[in-house]
Design a protein. Structure first.
Length: 191
């Protein structure tokens, strides 16, 4: 199984590059890579600037499209994938437990399986079918950029909090590190 970690954001709300920010002894991106490696045979980082992540120990792929949007990372992952499905993870969720990544992979149903926690969709913590590439390409070519908008037109399986609380009772895996307030909560959860 291949995993593509999306690391193309600009960290505007965080105020500095959140993926290079050290949480205790490791950078955010390194924590996500470590967790992904525990489940997936091949792990890649997808980004606009490959130089930032050259020392992560995994191959870095530059986005195939020039504009800035999460859908570009998904498009790049599907374009570069060798298998028939890919795990897509957000680079800013450093507490995502490997057990939840495994549960996501084991629960996969075509064409997309993703988490939906307390009503919020997590399209950047999902498994996508490689067969979606032509449809995604058409969607992007029509000028649309919303990942959730793309998913609305597809059948997809949602893994809800009642299914994952046995693996992560506090749902700390789903804390995105977007702001310094999120950082405080992450550090609290890390102990």
């Amino acid at each position: 199984m291949e995993c593509f970690i999306l690391a193309g954001g600009q960290s505007r709300r965080f105020g500095e590059d959140k993926l290079l920010y050290r949480l205790k002894s490791k950078r955010t991106i390194d924590l996500v890579v470590d967790n992904a490696k525990k489940v997936c045979e091949r792990v890649y980082i997808v980004t606009k600037d490959a130089r930032k992540f050259k020392d992560t120990g995994v191959p870095v792929i530059e986005d195939l499209l020039p504009f800035q949007a999460p859908i570009v990372g998904i498009y790049t992952a599907l374009s570069k994938a060798e298998g028939d499905r890919v795990v897509v993870l957000s680079g800013d969720m450093p507490l995502l437990k490997p057990e939840l990544i495994r549960f996501l992979v084991d629960s996969y149903e075509e064409p997309v399986t993703l988490f939906s926690i307390e009503g919020k969709l997590y399209p950047l913590t999902a498994v996508y079918s490689g067969k979606l590439l032509p449809e995604l390409e058409s969607y992007i070519e029509s000028g649309r950029r919303s990942v959730v908008g793309f998913l609305e037109g597809l059948p997809h399986k949602r893994l809800t909090e009642d299914l994952v609380k046995g693996l992560d009772p506090e749902l700390s895996s789903f804390i995105n590190m977007n702001t310094k307030e999120d950082l405080a909560l992450l550090l609290e959860k890390m102990g």
